[in-house]
Design a protein around this ligand. Structure first.
Ligand SMILES: Cc1ncc(COP(=O)(O)O)c(C=O)c1O
Length: 432
């Protein structure tokens, strides 16, 4: 993989792109919302469909020359139907956030009420944070996780729904390590006649593979990002019951977007097709098994985990007990220097701030794509703790280079993309 065509236009830009390949190859990506797509997805995403305007939907476009755009979008929809089994699917949202906006704008009036999970308990900005358009347009209140157990407080949610009387309840989260009880939340929605939006951005792949229960068929709307655990082209998706199909389609286009990003929709089709192969189920199961192994090993080292473990692709570690003087931000910064890329994260009952939180979020989707198994994930946990201990003890100067070397060895053992050098060698015949 190289960027020779870009190099002819701008060597500096090509350097940045090739450095990013090297960075992804030589560091471990533990950000729970990231993954490494296949070269097939990259290929589809960089296709000439980037040139095509296709406003409208397959068979009903506002421009000519859309026959192949139609084919590609229909494939993406058909594959998505097979993966998630929804009655209606729109693959045009530019991202997960836009998918959520489409649902709100289709079903709500400005000033209507949204009940969603508190951001510092694992929610997402697009669920109604005041800094986001959603928080500024609708009246938002939050439910929480039980700070003792780390699990969603379903009873509290139901009580909140009774008093607040929301128009829509949002479930699905950014930093929640446990299985989500869709039925429980649906009961709360039914009791107050509210819509229910399940945002499965993080767990699209786990749901498609059946390693997390599906909200499809239980809730009114399901949204997601297509580049996280499902490992397809970058973007968003909305799924809904047939009765809402027209409203959702109109809310996406022309309501909130112009021409669809057809090259990304091609990337979605390629990734969805890959996810329909039997190996994807094995991958998704391995993501979860790896997360459990990593969680267990962190606990072996005395690290406290929110909810005491994980059922999905991520682990949320609360450093306050084991390392009271190390913030999630400090840990993130030191770990990145060691080639372990993750994010500092707020924890339920946060006592620091969103900018310098008390926890770290660790995800296994990307390292599982590289081929990591449970043993390798236990090693990753050992390395994470080694770095955090070093921050605590003020010994990072000695420890970080050591850990970085071990990370690089792991990266070599589980290679990712062809390097630009390998591609050049292949192109000029000097490589294998
Ligand atoms: C629960 C949830 N919803 C929506 C999004 C937004 O997705 P995107 O970045 O595709 O807009 C995220 C991002 O991580 C998320 O965690």
């Amino acid at each position: 993989m190289d960027h020779e065509n870009v190099r002819e236009v701008d060597p500096e830009l090509a350097d940045a792109l090739e450095n990013e390949i090297e960075r992804q190859n030589s560091e471990l990506h533990l950000i729970a919302s990231e993954n490494h797509v296949s070269e097939a997805v990259l290929d589809a995403q960089s296709s000439v469909l980037t040139n095509k305007y296709a406003e409208g939907y397959p068979g009903a476009r506002y421009y000519g020359g859309c026959q192949y755009a139609d084919e590609v979008e229909e494939m993406a929809i058909d594959y998505a139907e097979e993966l998630w089994g929804a009655e209606h699917i729109n693959v045009q949202p530019h991202a997960g956030t836009q998918a959520n906006l489409a649902v709100y704008s289709a079903m709500l009036e400005p000033g209507d009420k949204i009940l969603s999970l508190e951001l510092s308990h694992g929610g997402h900005l697009s669920h109604g944070h005041p800094a986001n358009f959603v928080g500024q347009t609708y009246e938002v209140e939050h439910y929480e996780v039980d700070t003792e157990t780390g699990y969603i407080d379903y009873e509290g949610l139901k009580e909140k729904a009774e008093t607040f009387e929301p128009d829509i309840i949002v479930s699905g989260y950014s930093a929640y390590p446990r299985e989500i009880e869709w039925e429980e939340i649906q009961e709360a929605a039914d009791a107050v006649d509210a819509y229910h939006l399940a945002d499965i951005a993080h767990i699209t792949g786990l749901v498609a593979a059946g390693v997390h229960t599906s909200p499809v068929g239980t809730v009114d709307f399901v949204t997601g990002s297509t580049h996280k655990t499902i490992r397809a082209g970058r973007g968003g998706i909305v799924m809904c019951k047939e009765e809402y199909a027209d409203d959702i389609d109109k809310a996406v286009f022309p309501g909130a977007q112009g021409g669809p990003l057809m090259h990304n929709i091609a990337g979605k089709a390629a990734g969805f097709k890959e996810a329909l192969q039997p190996e994807f189920e094995e991958y998704a199961q391995q993501v979860v098994d790896n997360s459990a192994a990593l969680a267990d090993q962190l606990q072996e080292h005395g690290i406290e985990l929110v909810s005491g473990g994980t059922d999905n692709h991520l682990v949320l570690a609360d450093l306050r007990e084991s390392h009271p003087d190390v913030s999630g931000g400090d840990a993130e910064e030191a770990l990145e220097r060691a080639g372990l890329v993750l994010n500092g994260n707020t924890v339920p009952g946060e006592t620091r701030s969103a900018f310098d939180p008390s926890g770290i979020r660790v995800g296994t989707p990307a390292i599982t794509t590289r081929g990591f198994d449970e043993d390798a994930c236990r090693t990753v946990a050992d390395l994470i703790v080694k770095v955090i201990d070093a921050v605590d003890e003020g010994t990072t100067d000695e420890t970080i280079p050591e850990v970085k070397e071990q990370v690089e060895e792991l990266c070599e053992e589980y290679p990712l993309y062809d390097t630009p050098q390998q591609s050049k060698a292949l192109a000029d015949g000097s490589g294998e």
